[in-house]
Design a protein around this ligand. Structure first.
Ligand SMILES: [Zn+2]
Length: 61
């Protein structure tokens, strides 16, 4: 998986909606790629903020 693919899959991954085989590949990429790790941390933070801001616990995922 390259960075472009990793970033395409990042959003469903962060909300737990990515297919397990793709999630595995994405995790492998994250281990090797500091830039995508940063991107991942950012996405996680945004999703956490959104969930808190809108009280979306079940609907969001
Ligand atoms: Zn990358």
């Amino acid at each position: 998986m390259n960075c472009r693919q990793a970033r395409n899959h990042m959003e469903p991954y962060v909300v737990g909606d990515l297919k397990p085989e793709l999630a595995d590949q994405l995790e492998q990429h994250l281990k090797q790629c500091a830039e995508c790790q940063r991107y991942y941390e950012e996405q996680k933070r945004i999703v956490a903020l959104l969930k808190r801001a809108f009280g979306l616990k079940r609907q969001f995922v």
